[in-house]
Design a protein around this ligand. Structure first.
Ligand code: NDP
Length: 223
């Protein structure tokens, strides 16, 4: 689970560990959080380990993944690592554009590509990506984020066509606003308006995204 050190990633790790998977909790800067989560899961009798790499660094990512693959293929990949760096478009710098695209889209390629062939050899795999509602509706101040997240949907649809005959399903989850630090950074007045537009009248919970991922990782989502 990339970005397992973050809010949604941690919930996904807990859910998948509870489902019986041996979970690799990935972190970039916050290895402590990933190690703590892995230790908590082991204390509950689950199988978990932490790993650290920057998904934008193709070489570091490949090196880390090759090491993990020495013990066997990774059957379920959850591409969850992501950042946002918002600005209205006229004020958006090239750095902001590239940073967000590089993590979400570049990182998606860097992590998924080395894991695909070992997965294909086993004829069973699940690739699940956390995109965003911003990919579908667009979002003011998030041209970079919306573009990156929409790119993930195209990537997913194309890879799903390649994977299907090999027992590999590829899916995207596009969460709405989830009660996390990412959303806590939104000014209160704006947040009120956002919640008013959500049919259930509240923010989503990370656990609700995790349960969707749990289904997509299961045998039940083979079709
Ligand atoms: P967090 O900020 O809590 O977590 C982001 C995770 O991504 C962290 O684990 C972070 O690692 C990791 N990450 C960031 N940059 C890199 C990098 N260069 N290399 C490797 N890992 C990196 O965010 P959330 O849990 O809220 O979001 C998780 C995902 O869900 C994101 O993709 C986000 O876009 C998406 N999403 C979130 C929504 C929300 O409402 N929160 C709504 C829709 C989608 P570390 O901290 O260790 O550096």
């Amino acid at each position: 689970v990339t970005g397992g050190s973050g809010a949604i990633g941690a919930a996904i790790c807990r859910q998948l560990a509870g489902d019986g998977f041996a979970v690799i909790v990935h972190a970039n800067r916050n290895l402590d959080a990933a190690e703590q989560l892995a230790a908590d899961l082991r204390a509950e009798g689950r199988e978990a380990e932490a790993v650290q790499f920057d998904v934008t660094d193709a070489t570091a990512t490949k090196t880390a993944l090759d090491k993990l693959l020495e013990t066997g293929p990774i059957q379920v990949l959850v591409n969850n690592a992501g950042i946002h760096d918002d600005a209205v478009f006229p004020g958006m710098s090239a750095e902001q554009w590239h940073r967000v695209i590089d993590v979400s889209l570049g990182g998606f390629f860097n992590v998924t590509q080395p894991l695909t062939m070992p997965m294909i050899r086993t004829r069973w795999g699940r690739i699940i990506t956390i995109s965003s509602i911003a990919a579908i509706t667009g979002n003011r101040g998030q041209v970079n984020y919306s573009a990156a997240k929409a790119g993930m949907i195209g990537f997913t649809k194309a890879l799903a066509q390649e994977g299907a005959s090999k027992g590999i399903t590829v899916n995207c989850v596009c969460p709405g606003y989830i009660d996390t630090e990412m959303v806590a950074a939104v000014p209160e007045e704006v947040l009120k308006k956002i919640i008013a537009g959500i049919p259930v009248g509240r923010l989503g919970k990370a656990e609700e995204i995790a349960s969707t991922v749990s289904f997509l990782a299961s045998d039940g989502s083979g079709f």
